[in-house]
Design a protein around this ligand. Structure first.
Ligand SMILES: *Cc1c(COP(=O)(O)O)cnc(C)c1O
Length: 469
């Protein structure tokens, strides 16, 4: 085959073997068995086309059997690699929207795996032997944890808000404080969602101060809904005021208007119990007279992506009659994961140990620092003296718009360039190129890895050994 390669210099194009000959190469036959005939054939054609183009430029390339087989194999493996892969989140943001938010507990993973490959009683009441309702799989658990009368689940909280607005205020006005005209990452702007839901936004109060009297003046026959939005990703400080939720609830009730609270993160239990920033819980909000509360499944709740609506029996029944509900509903896998996660909430004492999101959020700085001490020598070894490795205190973000102003005391491995280091960008890329990409953050002239979310240290140690800085 070396002769073929040499011939390439003098008779470039004729040196290329035919597609059929390449398909007959021993190593390519192995690829056919692994990837199938058609994908391999397509790739052989592509590789030969590229080789032909290169040869036409008079560049010398190896078109021998082993070189061509290797090219075809590498290209096939690249193309067939799974696009969605696990990554190690050392960004310092625990519930990272771009990284899939809350990691699920093994109970949920098992439940999903079990239902996905089998028919289930998704909408079938086994006891009565009759048609059932998929919401009934999780509504009783939600009732137990939040005290709601009824509940329903849709694809995400954005969908929950859209559905609720459309159900209660289509062609009507929705009263919202000017201080709550929010935009949440990824083009979820309240005024736009309002328009799509067919509602008229009626702003009340001012950006920094809104009083009960502002709502009182605005509420009338055209009002379909009074809406309160939890300011998830920003804080208004200084000279501020907002209407007391319970009094707002009472006002709406006295006028016969439903009162909805979009909690966003939606803590089911009081987070201050674990030393986390206080968040209004779903139960408290319902106690304040909310007819309906909407929140995410994959933020503080720690479950799968979902939008939950919890509230009065009558309000939920109306929501479920909206044809949009059918378009926004979730599948059996989401419900299986959500049920398993909600079941963990029955036992709050063990929740922080069993629910990964909460376990990560409640790790103390001392615990994270201890992990950093254990990992530091491994980082140094992996970087082979090409950079300086230190441990520094840092602040983790809860993420997903939860309490942006409050952070969690944490510790980070900080990598800085030494005299002949590759650039920070190159180093960062090397961590990203690992079989399980390790994601940190470049800030203040250093590559920073917040170790709060590192749990499997043994796996991580193995990964670091493969780093090529
Ligand atoms: C996050 C958030 C949403 C959107 O929820 P998703 O589950 O991401 O669709 C809506 N409202 C508030 C207040 C939020 O914090």
């Amino acid at each position: 085959m070396n002769t073929v390669a040499r011939d390439a210099q003098s008779r470039p194009l004729s040196a290329l073997p035919s597609v059929d000959r390449v398909l007959g190469f021993e190593a390519v036959r192995v690829l056919v068995a692994e990837f199938g005939r058609e994908p391999t054939l397509d790739m052989v054609r592509k590789v030969l086309d590229e080789a032909r183009a290169t040869l036409r430029t008079d560049a010398a390339i190896d078109v021998g059997e082993s070189a061509l087989s290797a090219s075809v194999g590498a290209a096939l493996r690249r193309e067939h690699a799974r696009r969605q892969r696990p990554v190690v989140n050392l960004t310092g943001t625990v519930l990272h929207t771009n990284l899939g938010r809350a990691p699920l507990p093994p109970e949920a993973v098992r439940a999903v795996a079990e239902v996905m490959a089998s028919p289930t009683n998704l909408e079938y009441d086994i006891e009565r032997g009759a048609r059932g309702d998929r919401d009934d799989l999780v509504a009783p658990l939600l009732a137990q944890v939040t005290g709601c009368e009824a509940a329903t689940v849709v694809n995400n909280n954005a969908a929950a808000v859209l559905l609720a607005l459309n159900t209660f205020a289509r062609g009507k006005e929705v009263l919202v404080s000017r201080g709550e005209q929010i935009e949440i990452g990824g083009a979820f702007r309240l005024p736009d969602v309002m328009a799509r839901a067919g509602c008229q936004l009626r702003e009340v109060g001012t950006t920094n101060r809104t009083h009960l009297s502002d709502y009182e003046e605005a509420i009338g026959p055209k009002t379909g809904l009074v809406l309160k939005v939890h300011p998830s990703n920003y804080a208004i400080t200084g000279f501020t005021a907002e209407a007391d939720e319970a009094r707002l609830g009472a006002l709406a009730a006295s006028r016969g208007v439903p009162f909805m609270v979009d909690l966003g993160s939606g803590a089911l239990l009081d987070m201050s119990r674990w030393g986390l920033p206080k968040e209004p819980t779903v139960r408290e909000t319902l106690t304040h007279g909310a007819t309906l509360v909407t929140f995410s499944g994959d933020k503080l709740l720690g479950g799968p992506q979902a939008g939950l609506l919890a509230g009065s029996r009558e309000a939920i029944a109306r929501v479920k009659k909206n044809p949009l509900k059918r378009a926004l509903r979730v599948d059996k896998m989401t419900l299986a994961a959500l049920e398993a996660v909600l079941a963990l909430y029955r036992d709050p004492d063990r929740l922080a140990a069993r629910l990964p999101a909460l376990r990560l959020l409640t790790r103390s700085r001392a615990q994270v620092r201890a992990a950093a001490e254990r990992m530091r020598p491994l980082f140094e070894e992996a970087l082979r003296g090409k950079a300086v490795v230190e441990i520094e205190e840092c602040a983790s973000q809860i993420g997903s718009g939860s309490q942006p102003v409050e952070t969690l005391a944490s510790a980070a491995i900080v990598v800085r360039c030494a005299a002949r280091s590759p650039s920070l960008r190159r180093l960062e890329a090397a961590f990203r190129a690992l079989p399980v990409p390790v994601l940190g953050r470049i800030a203040e002239d250093a590559l920073r890895f917040d170790l709060r979310c590192l749990e499997d240290e043994a796996q991580f140690a193995g990964l670091l050994r493969e780093l090529s800085p």
